[in-house]
Design a protein around this ligand. Structure first.
Ligand SMILES: Cc1ncc(COP(=O)(O)O)c(C=O)c1O
Length: 363
């Protein structure tokens, strides 16, 4: 690639070449022929019935413990409408997913950040915060976190559910990257550890494509019914057409092979970015994830993300603002690097340019 080509280290989008376009086209034809009336008509807000049943069987719960939505993020908004009143305290990890932080804030929540370490939330800090606040909800992304790439250890997961129990807190476990593990072994989900304390949420955005707009929450049927009522009052029913096509795709057994394909595509990209960082910016502290879409850097002393972004723009490279991920400040030297939608060559060139920027702005 040429030194002039634009490099985007900004958004965590899937690689276009991963989209199963032809399979989805075939599934659209099949499902329209077989169930056209059902997927073109209104129906229950909780989801297209056979899809809900498929998801419930896959997840080992009852269909009423599944609430589907148009992607997963909007379900967070419905949860806020159903449960969060202005002034309620919501904990998030710090850093956390900026769009979720924004949603909690827009609903009037007082968002408090629990410092995140390489192996999950800082438990001493969490206990200190729990002595001062009574959160309604703790929003956590335990696997290959957005934006840091951190994965919560089993020990911390266990402590987290214990504390949630003691302090009567609902945990919202957001797990869209969980199935994209390229190496290492799985940790238990928070839901597995304490099903009555946890709403587990996931999405097919990163497994199929954002355009299928299919996400779901799994958890307590009564809580989900409340959230589902908000969904019904908002859009009557979710996008049954896209959900019907996706159901057909899932029913036909495509998920396993698709995940294998994604791992084969993305694992070398993770290796490429780690190798390039070691080669070009060895003094930046990087998270070294075993999966997902992101890693993050703590830049060397004296290098701010804001200055780095300006220097990067001069070299045809776009970087994300680190500050938006921190609910209560911090993040001046934080840089999120998404690596899945870039080839190994683009990654190498991007990290080389990043090293030039670090050199240029270092004070
Ligand atoms: C942690 C996290 N949650 C939720 C979402 C939103 O996913 P969806 O497309 O299902 O709304 C994203 C997308 O980047 C994400 O990173």
């Amino acid at each position: 690639m040429s030194a002039l080509e634009t490099i985007n280290f900004t958004r965590g989008v899937p690689a276009i070449e991963s989209f199963p376009t032809a399979e989805l086209a075939a599934c659209a034809t099949t499902v329209l022929a077989q169930s056209g009336d059902a997927i073109l008509q209104y129906g229950p807000a909780a989801g297209l019935a056979p899809l809900r049943t498929w998801l419930a069987e896959w997840q080992g719960v009852k269909p009423e413990q599944i609430l589907t939505g148009n992607g997963s993020l909007e379900l967070v908004q419905f949860l806020c409408t159903a449960m969060i009143k202005p002034g309620d305290v919501v904990f998030t990890e710090s850093p956390s997913y900026d769009r979720a932080i924004n949603l909690f804030r827009r609903n009037g929540a007082n968002v408090i950040g629990v410092p995140l370490q390489a192996d999950g939330p800082d438990m001493d800090a969490l206990e200190a915060l729990l002595a001062q606040h009574k959160p309604k909800l703790f929003y956590v992304i335990p696997d290959f976190q957005n934006p840091s790439g951190a994965t919560c250890s089993t020990a911390k997961r266990k402590r987290l559910v214990e504390l949630a129990e003691q302090h009567d807190i609902l945990l919202l476990e957001d797990a869209p990257y969980r199935l994209l593990r390229y190496r290492g072994t799985e940790e238990p989900t928070l839901f597995e550890l304490a099903p009555h304390r946890v709403l587990h949420m996931t999405s097919f955005t990163k497994l199929i494509a954002p355009g299928v707009r299919l996400g779901f929450m799994k958890g307590d049927a009564a809580i989900l019914a409340k959230i589902g009522k908000v969904a019904e009052d908002t859009y009557i029913s979710p996008g049954y057409f896209a959900h019907g096509v996706t159901y057909e795709w899932l029913r036909a057994g495509n998920l396993g092979p698709q995940i294998a394909k994604l791992k084969a595509l993305y694992a070398p990209r993770l290796e490429a970015i780690l190798a390039a960082l070691d080669k070009y910016i060895p003094d930046a502290v990087a998270t070294r994830p075993d999966g997902g879409f992101f890693l993050s850097l703590t830049l060397p002393e004296g290098v701010s993300t804001t200055d780095l972004r300006a220097a990067a723009a001069e070299r045809n490279m776009n970087l994300a603002d680190g500050l938006a991920f921190f609910p209560q400040g911090g993040g001046e030297r934080f840089l999120r690097l998404p690596f899945c939608a870039m080839t190994a060559t683009q990654i190498e060139e991007g990290i080389k340019r990043l090293a030039e920027c670090v050199k240029a702005v270092r004070k």
